[in-house]
Design a protein around this ligand. Structure first.
Ligand SMILES: [Zn+2]
Length: 67
């Protein structure tokens, strides 16, 4: 993923950052779609690691679910 996200307010490129909780756990998005593969149908949910970008101008934080 080399696409540069742009701030909707400032129009400048946003910097990708890692976002973690204070406990050090990584954020994770869980969809309602069943996970594909051999574990599909066993109740496993697809998990997505969100991409976090921050605007260096205004500080806006956006999260994208890259699938
Ligand atoms: Zn901005």
């Amino acid at each position: 993923m080399t696409t540069t996200r742009r701030c909707p307010d400032c129009g400048v490129g946003m910097e990708e950052m890692k976002m973690r909780t204070t406990d050090g756990f990584k954020l994770q998005l869980v969809t309602d779609e069943p996970k594909s593969g051999i574990f599909g149908g066993l109740g496993a949910k697809e998990k997505i690691k969100p991409t976090v970008v921050v605007c260096p101008e205004c500080g806006l934080i956006r999260q994208y679910a890259d699938r």
